[in-house]
Design a protein around this ligand. Sequence first.
Ligand SMILES: [Zn+2]
Length: 640
Amino acid sequence: PWLFKRGNLYYNVYAADIPGNPPEKIAYATAEKITGPWTYRGLVTGSPKAGFTIHPAVIEFKGQWYFFYHDGSTSLNGMPGGDCRRSVCLEYLYFNDDGTIKPITQTQEGISRQAASPQQAVQLVPLKDVRLLESPFSQAVQANYQYLLAHNPDRLLAPYRRQAGFEPKAPPYGNWESMGLEGHTAGHYLSAISLMIASGADPEGLFRQRLDSMINELDQVQKANGNGYLGGIQGSREFWKSIAEGHVELIGRRWAPWYNLHKMFAGLRDAYLYGGNPKARELLIGFADWCEATISGLTDRQMQQMLGTEYGGMNEVLADVYAMTGNKKYLDLAKRFNQRSVFEPLENHQDKLTGMHANTQIPKIIGMQRIAALTSDDTLHTGAAFFWETVVNNRSVVFGGNSVSEHFNDPKDFSVMISHREGPESCNTYNMLKLTEMLFMAEPKAAYVDYYERALYNHILASIHPTKPGYVYFTSIRPDHYRVYSQPEHAFWCCVGTGMENPGRYGAFIYAQSKDQLYVNLFIPSELSCAADGWVLRQETKFPDEPRTRLRLQLSKPAAFTLNIRHPVWVNPGDFAVKVNGQSMEVKSTPSSYAAIRREWRDGDTVDVELPMHLHTERLPDGSNWVAFLYGPIVLAKPD
Ligand SMILES: [Zn+2]
Protein backbone atom coordinates (compact mmCIF):
# COMPACT_ATOMS: atom_id res chain seq x y z
CA PRO A 1 0.00 0.00 0.00
CA TRP A 2 0.97 3.62 -0.49
CA LEU A 3 -0.27 6.37 1.80
CA PHE A 4 -0.39 10.04 0.82
CA LYS A 5 -2.21 13.24 1.67
CA ARG A 6 -3.77 15.71 -0.77
CA GLY A 7 -5.50 18.77 0.65
CA ASN A 8 -7.31 17.58 3.76
CA LEU A 9 -7.79 14.03 2.57
CA TYR A 10 -5.66 10.92 3.19
CA TYR A 11 -5.41 8.30 0.47
CA ASN A 12 -4.42 4.67 0.70
CA VAL A 13 -3.78 3.08 -2.69
CA TYR A 14 -3.13 -0.65 -2.63
CA ALA A 15 -2.94 -3.84 -4.67
CA ALA A 16 -6.32 -5.52 -4.42
CA ASP A 17 -7.11 -9.15 -4.97
CA ILE A 18 -10.74 -9.37 -5.86
CA PRO A 19 -11.83 -12.85 -4.72
CA GLY A 20 -12.43 -15.06 -7.70
CA ASN A 21 -11.36 -12.31 -10.08
CA PRO A 22 -7.57 -12.32 -10.42
CA PRO A 23 -5.20 -10.78 -11.41
CA GLU A 24 -4.62 -7.86 -9.06
CA LYS A 25 -5.77 -4.32 -9.66
CA ILE A 26 -5.04 -1.10 -7.74
CA ALA A 27 -7.87 0.09 -5.50
CA TYR A 28 -7.98 2.95 -3.02
CA ALA A 29 -9.67 4.26 0.09
CA THR A 30 -9.82 7.73 1.65
CA ALA A 31 -10.11 9.06 5.17
CA GLU A 32 -10.26 12.48 6.81
CA LYS A 33 -7.95 11.30 9.60
CA ILE A 34 -4.94 9.09 9.13
CA THR A 35 -6.34 6.76 11.76
CA GLY A 36 -9.57 6.34 9.79
CA PRO A 37 -12.32 5.40 9.35
CA TRP A 38 -11.37 4.54 5.75
CA THR A 39 -13.91 4.54 2.92
CA TYR A 40 -13.39 2.31 -0.11
CA ARG A 41 -13.47 4.47 -3.29
CA GLY A 42 -13.01 2.04 -6.17
CA LEU A 43 -10.30 1.08 -8.65
CA VAL A 44 -7.47 3.21 -10.01
CA THR A 45 -6.15 0.70 -12.57
CA GLY A 46 -7.17 -2.41 -14.43
CA SER A 47 -5.02 -5.52 -14.21
CA PRO A 48 -1.39 -5.41 -15.34
CA LYS A 49 -0.26 -6.38 -18.81
CA ALA A 50 1.57 -9.72 -18.97
CA GLY A 51 1.45 -10.52 -15.29
CA PHE A 52 -0.57 -11.19 -12.19
CA THR A 53 0.82 -8.59 -9.85
CA ILE A 54 0.63 -4.78 -9.71
CA HIS A 55 1.68 -2.29 -6.98
CA PRO A 56 1.37 1.49 -6.71
CA ALA A 57 3.21 4.64 -5.70
CA VAL A 58 2.00 8.24 -5.93
CA ILE A 59 3.94 11.52 -5.90
CA GLU A 60 3.31 15.16 -6.61
CA PHE A 61 6.04 17.00 -8.49
CA LYS A 62 5.82 20.67 -9.53
CA GLY A 63 2.06 20.66 -9.17
CA GLN A 64 1.52 17.57 -11.30
CA TRP A 65 0.51 14.26 -9.72
CA TYR A 66 2.11 11.02 -10.95
CA PHE A 67 1.15 7.38 -10.54
CA PHE A 68 3.82 4.64 -10.60
CA TYR A 69 3.01 0.97 -10.98
CA HIS A 70 4.49 -2.10 -12.60
CA ASP A 71 3.46 -4.66 -15.14
CA GLY A 72 5.32 -7.34 -17.11
CA SER A 73 5.13 -5.86 -20.56
CA THR A 74 8.79 -5.26 -21.44
CA SER A 75 10.76 -8.03 -23.07
CA LEU A 76 14.56 -8.04 -22.87
CA ASN A 77 16.91 -9.85 -25.25
CA GLY A 78 13.99 -11.85 -26.53
CA MET A 79 12.89 -12.87 -23.01
CA PRO A 80 9.33 -11.83 -22.24
CA GLY A 81 8.56 -9.91 -19.07
CA GLY A 82 6.32 -11.33 -16.37
CA ASP A 83 5.66 -11.55 -12.65
CA CYS A 84 9.31 -12.13 -11.82
CA ARG A 85 10.70 -9.54 -14.22
CA ARG A 86 8.64 -6.44 -13.88
CA SER A 87 8.58 -3.17 -15.79
CA VAL A 88 8.06 0.15 -14.06
CA CYS A 89 5.25 2.26 -15.54
CA LEU A 90 4.39 5.90 -14.95
CA GLU A 91 1.20 7.80 -15.75
CA TYR A 92 -0.21 11.21 -14.92
CA LEU A 93 -2.76 11.10 -12.11
CA TYR A 94 -5.82 13.34 -12.01
CA PHE A 95 -8.47 14.01 -9.38
CA ASN A 96 -12.14 14.93 -9.55
CA ASP A 97 -13.45 18.07 -7.81
CA ASP A 98 -14.75 15.95 -4.92
CA GLY A 99 -11.27 14.51 -4.34
CA THR A 100 -11.91 11.12 -5.91
CA ILE A 101 -9.22 9.76 -8.23
CA LYS A 102 -9.83 9.53 -11.94
CA PRO A 103 -8.95 5.97 -12.96
CA ILE A 104 -5.77 5.96 -15.03
CA THR A 105 -5.41 4.61 -18.55
CA GLN A 106 -2.48 2.15 -18.66
CA THR A 107 -0.55 3.12 -21.79
CA GLN A 108 2.72 2.21 -23.47
CA GLU A 109 3.57 5.88 -23.84
CA GLY A 110 3.18 6.78 -20.15
CA ILE A 111 4.33 10.33 -19.52
CA SER A 112 6.24 10.59 -22.78
CA ARG A 113 3.12 12.32 -24.06
CA GLN A 114 2.17 15.71 -22.67
CA ALA A 115 0.14 16.02 -19.50
CA ALA A 116 -3.50 16.77 -20.18
CA SER A 117 -3.86 20.48 -20.15
CA PRO A 118 -7.23 22.02 -20.65
CA GLN A 119 -5.52 25.15 -21.87
CA GLN A 120 -4.77 25.14 -25.54
CA ALA A 121 -1.22 23.99 -26.10
CA VAL A 122 -1.47 24.36 -29.86
CA GLN A 123 -3.56 26.46 -32.24
CA LEU A 124 -4.90 25.43 -35.60
CA VAL A 125 -3.79 27.82 -38.29
CA PRO A 126 -6.54 30.22 -39.45
CA LEU A 127 -8.59 28.81 -42.31
CA LYS A 128 -7.96 31.96 -44.34
CA ASP A 129 -4.22 31.18 -44.38
CA VAL A 130 -4.65 27.76 -46.03
CA ARG A 131 -5.41 27.21 -49.70
CA LEU A 132 -6.08 23.77 -51.15
CA LEU A 133 -4.18 22.80 -54.28
CA GLU A 134 -5.56 20.40 -56.89
CA SER A 135 -6.74 17.11 -55.32
CA PRO A 136 -9.96 15.21 -54.65
CA PHE A 137 -10.52 17.68 -51.79
CA SER A 138 -10.46 20.72 -54.08
CA GLN A 139 -12.81 18.86 -56.47
CA ALA A 140 -15.23 18.27 -53.61
CA VAL A 141 -15.08 21.98 -52.78
CA GLN A 142 -16.16 22.70 -56.37
CA ALA A 143 -19.06 20.27 -56.04
CA ASN A 144 -20.04 21.96 -52.80
CA TYR A 145 -19.88 25.35 -54.50
CA GLN A 146 -22.46 24.21 -57.06
CA TYR A 147 -24.67 22.65 -54.41
CA LEU A 148 -24.71 25.77 -52.25
CA LEU A 149 -25.42 28.11 -55.16
CA ALA A 150 -28.39 25.97 -56.17
CA HIS A 151 -30.27 27.11 -53.06
CA ASN A 152 -32.39 30.21 -52.68
CA PRO A 153 -31.65 32.12 -49.44
CA ASP A 154 -35.18 33.61 -49.48
CA ARG A 155 -36.64 30.11 -49.26
CA LEU A 156 -34.21 29.18 -46.47
CA LEU A 157 -35.20 32.29 -44.50
CA ALA A 158 -38.96 31.92 -45.09
CA PRO A 159 -39.62 30.23 -41.71
CA TYR A 160 -37.81 33.07 -39.90
CA ARG A 161 -39.84 35.76 -41.65
CA ARG A 162 -43.08 33.94 -40.95
CA GLN A 163 -42.36 33.66 -37.21
CA ALA A 164 -41.58 37.39 -37.10
CA GLY A 165 -44.92 38.25 -38.70
CA PHE A 166 -43.57 39.06 -42.17
CA GLU A 167 -44.74 37.60 -45.43
CA PRO A 168 -42.04 35.20 -46.74
CA LYS A 169 -40.30 36.45 -49.89
CA ALA A 170 -40.43 32.95 -51.35
CA PRO A 171 -42.13 29.74 -50.23
CA PRO A 172 -40.27 27.67 -47.65
CA TYR A 173 -38.53 24.48 -48.69
CA GLY A 174 -40.13 21.09 -48.10
CA ASN A 175 -38.77 17.89 -46.52
CA TRP A 176 -37.41 18.52 -42.98
CA GLU A 177 -37.79 22.27 -43.58
CA SER A 178 -41.57 21.82 -43.43
CA MET A 179 -41.82 18.85 -41.11
CA GLY A 180 -41.00 20.38 -37.72
CA LEU A 181 -37.37 21.36 -38.12
CA GLU A 182 -38.10 24.65 -39.89
CA GLY A 183 -35.10 26.91 -40.21
CA HIS A 184 -32.28 24.54 -39.29
CA THR A 185 -30.78 24.60 -42.80
CA ALA A 186 -30.43 28.40 -42.86
CA GLY A 187 -28.07 28.13 -39.89
CA HIS A 188 -25.98 25.45 -41.58
CA TYR A 189 -26.03 27.49 -44.77
CA LEU A 190 -24.61 30.55 -43.01
CA SER A 191 -21.82 28.39 -41.58
CA ALA A 192 -21.19 26.73 -44.93
CA ILE A 193 -20.88 29.88 -47.03
CA SER A 194 -18.78 31.57 -44.32
CA LEU A 195 -16.35 28.63 -44.34
CA MET A 196 -16.22 28.72 -48.14
CA ILE A 197 -15.42 32.45 -48.01
CA ALA A 198 -12.63 31.92 -45.46
CA SER A 199 -11.12 29.05 -47.40
CA GLY A 200 -10.94 31.03 -50.63
CA ALA A 201 -13.76 29.19 -52.37
CA ASP A 202 -15.74 32.34 -53.21
CA PRO A 203 -13.83 33.65 -56.23
CA GLU A 204 -16.67 35.81 -57.54
CA GLY A 205 -17.90 37.07 -54.18
CA LEU A 206 -21.30 35.43 -54.57
CA PHE A 207 -21.26 33.89 -51.12
CA ARG A 208 -20.14 37.18 -49.65
CA GLN A 209 -23.20 38.88 -51.19
CA ARG A 210 -25.49 36.15 -49.92
CA LEU A 211 -23.99 36.22 -46.46
CA ASP A 212 -24.35 39.97 -46.09
CA SER A 213 -27.92 40.02 -47.38
CA MET A 214 -29.00 37.08 -45.21
CA ILE A 215 -27.55 38.75 -42.11
CA ASN A 216 -29.37 41.99 -43.00
CA GLU A 217 -32.58 40.04 -43.42
CA LEU A 218 -32.08 38.30 -40.07
CA ASP A 219 -31.41 41.66 -38.49
CA GLN A 220 -34.89 42.82 -39.56
CA VAL A 221 -36.39 39.58 -38.29
CA GLN A 222 -34.68 39.91 -34.92
CA LYS A 223 -35.83 43.54 -34.58
CA ALA A 224 -39.40 42.54 -35.43
CA ASN A 225 -39.31 39.76 -32.84
CA GLY A 226 -38.25 42.40 -30.36
CA ASN A 227 -36.62 40.07 -27.85
CA GLY A 228 -33.48 38.86 -29.62
CA TYR A 229 -35.06 35.66 -30.85
CA LEU A 230 -34.13 34.18 -34.22
CA GLY A 231 -35.94 30.96 -34.99
CA GLY A 232 -38.20 29.36 -37.54
CA ILE A 233 -39.99 26.94 -35.23
CA GLN A 234 -43.76 26.94 -35.76
CA GLY A 235 -45.64 28.90 -33.11
CA SER A 236 -42.32 30.15 -31.73
CA ARG A 237 -43.67 32.91 -29.50
CA GLU A 238 -46.18 30.80 -27.56
CA PHE A 239 -43.89 27.80 -27.43
CA TRP A 240 -40.90 29.57 -25.86
CA LYS A 241 -43.18 31.54 -23.54
CA SER A 242 -44.42 28.23 -22.15
CA ILE A 243 -40.86 26.94 -21.77
CA ALA A 244 -39.85 30.11 -19.92
CA GLU A 245 -42.80 29.58 -17.59
CA GLY A 246 -41.47 26.17 -16.67
CA HIS A 247 -43.35 23.80 -18.95
CA VAL A 248 -40.11 22.13 -19.97
CA GLU A 249 -41.87 18.86 -20.80
CA LEU A 250 -43.05 20.57 -24.01
CA ILE A 251 -39.51 20.37 -25.40
CA GLY A 252 -39.89 16.64 -25.88
CA ARG A 253 -43.10 17.07 -27.88
CA ARG A 254 -41.37 19.04 -30.64
CA TRP A 255 -38.57 18.03 -32.96
CA ALA A 256 -35.50 19.04 -30.95
CA PRO A 257 -36.13 22.82 -30.63
CA TRP A 258 -32.76 23.67 -29.03
CA TYR A 259 -30.98 21.57 -31.65
CA ASN A 260 -32.74 23.60 -34.32
CA LEU A 261 -31.85 26.95 -32.73
CA HIS A 262 -28.27 25.84 -32.20
CA LYS A 263 -27.81 25.79 -35.99
CA MET A 264 -28.68 29.50 -36.23
CA PHE A 265 -26.48 30.28 -33.19
CA ALA A 266 -23.57 28.49 -34.88
CA GLY A 267 -24.36 30.08 -38.24
CA LEU A 268 -24.16 33.58 -36.74
CA ARG A 269 -20.93 32.71 -34.94
CA ASP A 270 -19.37 31.41 -38.16
CA ALA A 271 -20.68 34.37 -40.17
CA TYR A 272 -18.70 36.56 -37.78
CA LEU A 273 -15.59 34.43 -37.18
CA TYR A 274 -15.11 33.03 -40.71
CA GLY A 275 -17.26 35.34 -42.82
CA GLY A 276 -16.09 38.49 -41.05
CA ASN A 277 -19.59 39.98 -40.85
CA PRO A 278 -19.65 42.26 -37.75
CA LYS A 279 -23.44 42.49 -37.64
CA ALA A 280 -23.63 38.73 -37.19
CA ARG A 281 -21.82 39.16 -33.88
CA GLU A 282 -24.48 41.62 -32.68
CA LEU A 283 -27.29 39.29 -33.72
CA LEU A 284 -25.56 36.41 -31.95
CA ILE A 285 -25.22 38.34 -28.69
CA GLY A 286 -28.87 39.44 -28.89
CA PHE A 287 -29.89 35.84 -29.46
CA ALA A 288 -27.78 34.68 -26.48
CA ASP A 289 -29.51 37.34 -24.33
CA TRP A 290 -32.87 35.93 -25.44
CA CYS A 291 -31.63 32.50 -24.39
CA GLU A 292 -30.65 33.84 -20.97
CA ALA A 293 -34.05 35.49 -20.49
CA THR A 294 -35.84 32.32 -21.57
CA ILE A 295 -34.10 29.94 -19.16
CA SER A 296 -33.37 32.33 -16.28
CA GLY A 297 -36.52 31.31 -14.42
CA LEU A 298 -35.87 27.57 -14.77
CA THR A 299 -34.39 25.56 -11.93
CA ASP A 300 -31.36 23.38 -12.56
CA ARG A 301 -33.63 20.39 -12.27
CA GLN A 302 -35.88 21.75 -15.00
CA MET A 303 -32.84 22.48 -17.16
CA GLN A 304 -31.52 18.95 -16.75
CA GLN A 305 -34.94 17.60 -17.62
CA MET A 306 -35.00 19.72 -20.76
CA LEU A 307 -31.50 18.57 -21.73
CA GLY A 308 -32.86 15.06 -22.10
CA THR A 309 -33.98 16.16 -25.58
CA GLU A 310 -31.33 16.69 -28.28
CA TYR A 311 -29.95 20.24 -27.95
CA GLY A 312 -27.00 20.36 -30.37
CA GLY A 313 -23.98 22.22 -29.04
CA MET A 314 -25.77 24.99 -27.14
CA ASN A 315 -23.08 24.79 -24.43
CA GLU A 316 -20.35 25.18 -27.04
CA VAL A 317 -21.79 28.15 -28.88
CA LEU A 318 -22.60 30.03 -25.68
CA ALA A 319 -19.04 29.40 -24.49
CA ASP A 320 -17.93 30.90 -27.79
CA VAL A 321 -20.02 33.99 -27.03
CA TYR A 322 -18.19 34.17 -23.71
CA ALA A 323 -14.85 33.89 -25.54
CA MET A 324 -15.85 36.69 -27.93
CA THR A 325 -17.18 39.09 -25.32
CA GLY A 326 -15.32 38.17 -22.13
CA ASN A 327 -18.67 38.49 -20.35
CA LYS A 328 -18.88 35.73 -17.77
CA LYS A 329 -22.68 35.61 -17.83
CA TYR A 330 -22.42 33.74 -21.15
CA LEU A 331 -20.07 31.21 -19.61
CA ASP A 332 -22.60 30.63 -16.80
CA LEU A 333 -25.27 30.29 -19.45
CA ALA A 334 -23.16 27.77 -21.38
CA LYS A 335 -22.68 25.67 -18.25
CA ARG A 336 -26.44 25.44 -17.75
CA PHE A 337 -26.45 23.36 -20.94
CA ASN A 338 -24.03 20.77 -19.52
CA GLN A 339 -26.01 17.58 -19.10
CA ARG A 340 -24.81 16.03 -15.85
CA SER A 341 -26.22 12.54 -16.46
CA VAL A 342 -24.07 12.23 -19.59
CA PHE A 343 -20.99 14.10 -18.34
CA GLU A 344 -20.50 12.50 -14.94
CA PRO A 345 -19.93 8.91 -16.11
CA LEU A 346 -17.48 10.16 -18.73
CA GLU A 347 -15.55 12.15 -16.12
CA ASN A 348 -15.15 8.86 -14.26
CA HIS A 349 -14.11 6.94 -17.37
CA GLN A 350 -17.37 5.05 -17.63
CA ASP A 351 -18.84 4.31 -21.02
CA LYS A 352 -22.61 4.21 -20.66
CA LEU A 353 -23.25 5.20 -24.25
CA THR A 354 -24.83 2.01 -25.58
CA GLY A 355 -28.33 2.72 -26.86
CA MET A 356 -27.95 6.48 -26.75
CA HIS A 357 -28.70 8.62 -29.81
CA ALA A 358 -25.15 9.17 -30.96
CA ASN A 359 -25.21 12.57 -32.62
CA THR A 360 -27.16 14.00 -29.70
CA GLN A 361 -24.11 13.36 -27.51
CA ILE A 362 -21.14 14.40 -29.66
CA PRO A 363 -21.95 18.16 -29.93
CA LYS A 364 -22.47 18.47 -26.17
CA ILE A 365 -19.06 16.83 -25.65
CA ILE A 366 -17.57 19.43 -28.02
CA GLY A 367 -19.13 22.00 -25.66
CA MET A 368 -17.68 20.13 -22.70
CA GLN A 369 -14.17 20.44 -24.15
CA ARG A 370 -14.75 24.04 -25.24
CA ILE A 371 -15.68 25.05 -21.69
CA ALA A 372 -12.72 23.03 -20.36
CA ALA A 373 -10.37 24.94 -22.67
CA LEU A 374 -11.76 28.32 -21.62
CA THR A 375 -11.77 27.62 -17.88
CA SER A 376 -8.88 25.16 -17.38
CA ASP A 377 -11.42 22.68 -16.05
CA ASP A 378 -9.55 19.41 -15.93
CA THR A 379 -12.61 17.38 -14.95
CA LEU A 380 -14.49 18.40 -18.08
CA HIS A 381 -11.38 17.87 -20.22
CA THR A 382 -10.90 14.37 -18.85
CA GLY A 383 -14.51 13.49 -19.64
CA ALA A 384 -14.28 14.80 -23.19
CA ALA A 385 -10.99 12.99 -23.81
CA PHE A 386 -12.43 9.74 -22.44
CA PHE A 387 -15.49 10.10 -24.67
CA TRP A 388 -13.21 10.44 -27.69
CA GLU A 389 -11.13 7.41 -26.65
CA THR A 390 -14.08 5.14 -26.18
CA VAL A 391 -15.96 6.26 -29.30
CA VAL A 392 -12.88 6.02 -31.52
CA ASN A 393 -11.43 2.82 -30.12
CA ASN A 394 -14.52 0.83 -29.18
CA ARG A 395 -17.38 2.24 -31.21
CA SER A 396 -16.04 3.27 -34.61
CA VAL A 397 -15.76 1.16 -37.73
CA VAL A 398 -12.85 1.15 -40.15
CA PHE A 399 -13.76 4.34 -42.01
CA GLY A 400 -14.11 6.38 -38.82
CA GLY A 401 -17.90 6.44 -38.53
CA ASN A 402 -20.02 5.32 -35.61
CA SER A 403 -23.62 4.38 -34.80
CA VAL A 404 -26.31 2.21 -36.35
CA SER A 405 -29.66 3.75 -37.16
CA GLU A 406 -28.28 6.85 -35.40
CA HIS A 407 -27.64 5.07 -32.08
CA PHE A 408 -24.54 3.72 -30.32
CA ASN A 409 -24.59 -0.07 -30.52
CA ASP A 410 -23.17 -2.53 -28.02
CA PRO A 411 -19.39 -2.32 -28.55
CA LYS A 412 -19.19 -6.08 -28.10
CA ASP A 413 -21.69 -6.73 -30.88
CA PHE A 414 -21.56 -5.09 -34.29
CA SER A 415 -23.75 -7.72 -35.97
CA VAL A 416 -26.68 -5.31 -36.14
CA MET A 417 -24.57 -2.77 -37.98
CA ILE A 418 -23.35 -5.35 -40.50
CA SER A 419 -26.90 -6.09 -41.57
CA HIS A 420 -28.51 -2.67 -41.18
CA ARG A 421 -29.23 -0.21 -44.00
CA GLU A 422 -28.63 2.67 -41.63
CA GLY A 423 -24.95 2.50 -40.82
CA PRO A 424 -22.80 5.36 -39.50
CA GLU A 425 -24.29 8.84 -39.93
CA SER A 426 -22.21 11.59 -41.57
CA CYS A 427 -23.13 14.21 -38.92
CA ASN A 428 -21.49 12.10 -36.24
CA THR A 429 -18.15 12.13 -37.99
CA TYR A 430 -18.44 15.83 -38.83
CA ASN A 431 -18.78 16.39 -35.09
CA MET A 432 -16.09 13.86 -34.11
CA LEU A 433 -13.64 15.77 -36.32
CA LYS A 434 -14.50 19.01 -34.52
CA LEU A 435 -14.00 17.31 -31.17
CA THR A 436 -10.69 15.84 -32.39
CA GLU A 437 -9.45 19.29 -33.40
CA MET A 438 -10.25 20.66 -29.95
CA LEU A 439 -8.63 17.80 -28.07
CA PHE A 440 -5.56 18.09 -30.27
CA MET A 441 -5.27 21.76 -29.35
CA ALA A 442 -5.16 20.75 -25.68
CA GLU A 443 -2.78 17.85 -26.24
CA PRO A 444 -1.13 17.62 -29.67
CA LYS A 445 -0.75 13.88 -30.01
CA ALA A 446 -0.55 12.12 -33.34
CA ALA A 447 -3.23 9.56 -32.40
CA TYR A 448 -5.81 12.30 -32.75
CA VAL A 449 -4.61 13.02 -36.27
CA ASP A 450 -4.44 9.34 -37.23
CA TYR A 451 -8.16 9.06 -36.47
CA TYR A 452 -8.93 12.36 -38.16
CA GLU A 453 -7.16 11.32 -41.35
CA ARG A 454 -8.95 7.98 -41.46
CA ALA A 455 -12.36 9.59 -40.97
CA LEU A 456 -11.71 12.57 -43.25
CA TYR A 457 -10.64 10.57 -46.31
CA ASN A 458 -12.90 7.56 -45.91
CA HIS A 459 -16.08 9.04 -44.49
CA ILE A 460 -16.27 12.82 -44.88
CA LEU A 461 -14.65 13.21 -48.30
CA ALA A 462 -16.60 10.18 -49.49
CA SER A 463 -19.91 11.62 -48.27
CA ILE A 464 -20.11 14.19 -51.09
CA HIS A 465 -20.51 13.13 -54.70
CA PRO A 466 -17.63 14.66 -56.69
CA THR A 467 -19.43 15.23 -60.00
CA LYS A 468 -23.16 15.17 -59.25
CA PRO A 469 -23.25 17.21 -56.04
CA GLY A 470 -25.12 15.63 -53.14
CA TYR A 471 -24.47 14.39 -49.61
CA VAL A 472 -24.83 11.03 -47.89
CA TYR A 473 -26.77 10.44 -44.69
CA PHE A 474 -25.95 6.83 -43.77
CA THR A 475 -22.88 4.94 -44.91
CA SER A 476 -23.94 1.35 -44.39
CA ILE A 477 -21.28 -1.28 -43.73
CA ARG A 478 -23.60 -3.96 -45.10
CA PRO A 479 -21.63 -5.83 -47.78
CA ASP A 480 -22.67 -4.92 -51.35
CA HIS A 481 -24.84 -2.08 -50.08
CA TYR A 482 -25.43 1.27 -51.80
CA ARG A 483 -25.60 4.92 -50.73
CA VAL A 484 -28.22 7.59 -51.28
CA TYR A 485 -27.19 11.15 -52.16
CA SER A 486 -29.31 14.22 -51.44
CA GLN A 487 -30.64 16.37 -54.28
CA PRO A 488 -30.41 20.17 -54.09
CA GLU A 489 -33.63 21.88 -52.98
CA HIS A 490 -35.32 18.57 -52.16
CA ALA A 491 -33.48 17.05 -49.19
CA PHE A 492 -32.96 18.96 -45.93
CA TRP A 493 -31.69 16.25 -43.61
CA CYS A 494 -29.25 16.98 -40.79
CA CYS A 495 -26.47 15.43 -42.89
CA VAL A 496 -27.25 17.84 -45.72
CA GLY A 497 -26.66 20.69 -43.27
CA THR A 498 -23.35 19.34 -41.99
CA GLY A 499 -22.54 18.06 -45.49
CA MET A 500 -22.69 21.67 -46.76
CA GLU A 501 -20.18 22.70 -44.09
CA ASN A 502 -17.59 19.96 -44.55
CA PRO A 503 -15.76 21.05 -47.72
CA GLY A 504 -15.11 24.56 -46.38
CA ARG A 505 -13.37 22.93 -43.43
CA TYR A 506 -11.00 20.61 -45.34
CA GLY A 507 -8.10 22.97 -44.73
CA ALA A 508 -8.72 23.39 -41.01
CA PHE A 509 -6.51 20.62 -39.62
CA ILE A 510 -3.73 20.17 -42.19
CA TYR A 511 -1.44 22.41 -40.11
CA ALA A 512 -1.21 23.58 -36.53
CA GLN A 513 1.20 25.80 -34.66
CA SER A 514 2.47 26.90 -31.30
CA LYS A 515 5.17 29.39 -30.35
CA ASP A 516 8.04 28.08 -32.48
CA GLN A 517 6.53 24.82 -33.65
CA LEU A 518 4.76 24.06 -36.88
CA TYR A 519 2.82 20.81 -37.21
CA VAL A 520 2.20 19.09 -40.53
CA ASN A 521 -0.74 16.86 -39.67
CA LEU A 522 -2.21 15.85 -43.01
CA PHE A 523 -0.77 15.22 -46.45
CA ILE A 524 -3.25 17.23 -48.47
CA PRO A 525 -1.87 19.38 -51.30
CA SER A 526 -2.06 22.91 -49.96
CA GLU A 527 -0.33 26.18 -49.35
CA LEU A 528 -0.03 27.77 -45.93
CA SER A 529 0.84 31.47 -45.82
CA CYS A 530 1.72 33.49 -42.81
CA ALA A 531 1.57 37.06 -44.12
CA ALA A 532 2.65 38.61 -40.80
CA ASP A 533 5.89 36.60 -40.62
CA GLY A 534 6.44 36.60 -44.36
CA TRP A 535 6.63 32.90 -45.08
CA VAL A 536 4.83 30.32 -47.19
CA LEU A 537 4.84 26.54 -46.87
CA ARG A 538 3.72 24.72 -49.97
CA GLN A 539 2.87 21.02 -49.74
CA GLU A 540 2.92 19.19 -53.05
CA THR A 541 1.83 15.57 -53.27
CA LYS A 542 -0.51 13.17 -54.98
CA PHE A 543 -0.97 11.33 -51.70
CA PRO A 544 -2.51 8.77 -51.28
CA ASP A 545 -1.82 7.90 -54.92
CA GLU A 546 1.87 8.24 -54.08
CA PRO A 547 3.48 7.41 -50.71
CA ARG A 548 5.31 10.68 -50.19
CA THR A 549 4.93 14.40 -49.81
CA ARG A 550 7.14 17.43 -50.45
CA LEU A 551 7.20 20.63 -48.42
CA ARG A 552 8.77 23.77 -49.86
CA LEU A 553 9.50 26.85 -47.79
CA GLN A 554 9.49 30.42 -49.01
CA LEU A 555 10.93 32.71 -46.36
CA SER A 556 11.59 36.43 -46.47
CA LYS A 557 14.42 35.85 -43.98
CA PRO A 558 15.92 32.77 -42.26
CA ALA A 559 13.83 31.51 -39.33
CA ALA A 560 14.51 28.97 -36.58
CA PHE A 561 11.55 26.74 -35.72
CA THR A 562 10.66 23.11 -35.29
CA LEU A 563 8.83 21.37 -38.09
CA ASN A 564 6.81 18.50 -36.63
CA ILE A 565 5.86 16.06 -39.37
CA ARG A 566 3.42 13.32 -38.47
CA HIS A 567 4.74 9.78 -38.67
CA PRO A 568 1.36 8.13 -39.29
CA VAL A 569 0.31 5.03 -37.42
CA TRP A 570 0.23 3.14 -40.74
CA VAL A 571 3.92 3.71 -41.63
CA ASN A 572 6.02 0.92 -40.14
CA PRO A 573 8.90 1.73 -37.80
CA GLY A 574 11.99 2.45 -39.85
CA ASP A 575 10.05 3.11 -43.07
CA PHE A 576 9.43 6.77 -42.34
CA ALA A 577 12.16 8.87 -43.93
CA VAL A 578 12.82 12.60 -44.24
CA LYS A 579 15.25 14.43 -46.50
CA VAL A 580 16.01 18.14 -46.19
CA ASN A 581 17.39 19.59 -49.43
CA GLY A 582 18.16 16.05 -50.58
CA GLN A 583 20.09 15.12 -47.41
CA SER A 584 18.74 12.25 -45.31
CA MET A 585 17.87 13.31 -41.80
CA GLU A 586 18.21 11.11 -38.78
CA VAL A 587 14.66 11.11 -37.41
CA LYS A 588 13.68 9.36 -34.23
CA SER A 589 10.00 8.65 -34.64
CA THR A 590 7.68 5.75 -34.15
CA PRO A 591 4.28 5.14 -35.73
CA SER A 592 1.74 7.63 -34.42
CA SER A 593 4.16 10.32 -33.34
CA TYR A 594 5.85 13.39 -34.78
CA ALA A 595 9.29 13.61 -36.31
CA ALA A 596 10.65 16.91 -35.03
CA ILE A 597 13.17 18.75 -37.21
CA ARG A 598 14.60 21.87 -35.66
CA ARG A 599 16.92 24.09 -37.62
CA GLU A 600 17.31 27.50 -39.05
CA TRP A 601 15.19 27.28 -42.15
CA ARG A 602 16.08 29.23 -45.26
CA ASP A 603 14.24 30.36 -48.33
CA GLY A 604 13.92 27.52 -50.84
CA ASP A 605 14.41 24.71 -48.31
CA THR A 606 12.71 21.53 -49.45
CA VAL A 607 11.61 18.66 -47.21
CA ASP A 608 10.80 15.28 -48.77
CA VAL A 609 8.87 12.82 -46.64
CA GLU A 610 8.56 9.13 -47.50
CA LEU A 611 5.34 7.51 -46.29
CA PRO A 612 5.48 3.85 -47.42
CA MET A 613 2.02 2.30 -47.26
CA HIS A 614 1.24 -1.37 -46.94
CA LEU A 615 -1.80 -3.52 -47.30
CA HIS A 616 -3.38 -4.57 -44.02
CA THR A 617 -6.67 -5.70 -42.59
CA GLU A 618 -8.75 -4.51 -39.69
CA ARG A 619 -11.55 -6.21 -37.82
CA LEU A 620 -14.61 -4.68 -36.31
CA PRO A 621 -14.09 -3.49 -32.73
CA ASP A 622 -16.05 -6.52 -31.44
CA GLY A 623 -13.38 -8.82 -32.93
CA SER A 624 -15.91 -10.68 -35.04
CA ASN A 625 -14.94 -12.33 -38.29
CA TRP A 626 -15.40 -9.39 -40.62
CA VAL A 627 -12.35 -7.67 -42.03
CA ALA A 628 -11.79 -4.52 -44.04
CA PHE A 629 -8.74 -4.07 -46.29
CA LEU A 630 -6.70 -0.92 -46.04
CA TYR A 631 -3.78 0.52 -47.95
CA GLY A 632 -2.14 3.04 -45.64
CA PRO A 633 -5.07 5.01 -44.20
CA ILE A 634 -7.35 4.31 -47.15
CA VAL A 635 -10.11 1.72 -46.81
CA LEU A 636 -10.35 -0.28 -50.02
CA ALA A 637 -13.70 -0.81 -51.68
CA LYS A 638 -14.90 -2.86 -54.60
CA PRO A 639 -15.54 -0.84 -57.77
CA ASP A 640 -19.15 -0.85 -59.01
ZN1 LIG B 1 -27.06 13.70 -39.84
